[in-house]
Design a protein around this ligand. Structure first.
Ligand SMILES: O=C(O)c1cccc(C(=O)CC[C@H]2O[C@@H](n3cnc4c(=O)[nH]cnc43)[C@H](O)[C@@H]2O)c1
Length: 222
């Protein structure tokens, strides 16, 4: 049998890596990197790693803010696509996206692996939809109202960069996150880090199971 190429899991911070590795245990076909916070660091560090050898695909994993009534604290979100809402230009008539400017796209496609999400659904609420990649985490009512209209289920800060790196190496990309806080007016006392990190460990365990079952981890979402 041909050896499987490794899958690269990109997380933002060391604590996420520790939680994920607790779940993964020893798994030779999975590698984890800390790509940094924000999508510029995430793109640079993911691309650097992808340039070292061939990979099967990339999954961005971490904690995220969930939009109220769409993804509650403790639930898991799987991206159908990523939108970076800030990339573009302001004008007196309103925001002009990078797509309208003709310089690229603010949306990146993502895959949802049915086996992985199916297994995660046994123990968690798993929501599928758009995950925003933001430069500035929402912290005011004004920004919340602007972003809430975009219809996303969650926001985080790295997916757009990790997706851009995967795309430049022609590799499939997924984003899976556990919800640590509600998107809204900043109140750190309401964040639930222990629950979110427990969820990351469980994502690690489930990836391990799916990988051991010989599934590919990047089957197409219908
Ligand atoms: O102290 C703060 O206000 C604060 C705001 C956003 C994120 C943090 C972090 O310490 C974690 C950074 C990490 O977490 C992801 N994340 C989690 N929740 C959100 C959110 O509501 N909006 C955007 N990003 C979020 C993010 O991907 C970073 O990697 C602290």
């Amino acid at each position: 049998m041909l050896d499987k190429l490794p899958v690269l899991l990109a997380v933002s911070v060391e604590q996420e890596k520790e939680a994920l590795e607790q779940g993964l245990g020893k798994q030779s076909t999975i590698e984890v990197i800390v790509c940094g916070v924000g999508f510029a660091a995430a793109a640079a560090n993911t691309a650097k790693q992808l340039s070292t050898k061939p990979y099967r695909g990339v999954i961005n994993i971490g904690i995220a803010g969930g939009f109220p009534k769409r993804a509650a604290i403790g639930s898991i979100v799987a991206a159908s696509s990523i939108i970076a809402p800030e990339i573009g230009a302001e004008s007196p008539e309103g925001f002009i996206s990078i797509d309208e400017l003709g310089f690229g796209t603010q949306e990146q496609q993502a895959r949802i692996d049915r086996q992985l999400v199916g297994k995660l659904s046994h123990s968690h609420h798993v929501h599928e939809g758009i995950i925003l990649s933001v430069l500035t985490a929402t912290g005011t009512e004004k920004t919340y109202l602007e972003r809430e209209k975009l219809g996303a289920i969650a926001e985080a800060m790295e997916g757009y960069g990790v997706a851009a790196a995967a795309k430049s190496f022609n590799l499939p990309f997924s984003e899976l996150r556990t919800i640590s806080n509600e998107v809204g007016v900043r109140d750190k006392s309401k964040w639930n880090f222990p629950l979110a990190f427990k969820g990351i460990k469980e994502i690690g365990q489930t990836i391990k199971e799916v990988e051991q079952d010989e599934y590919c981890l990047f089957s197409m979402s219908e």
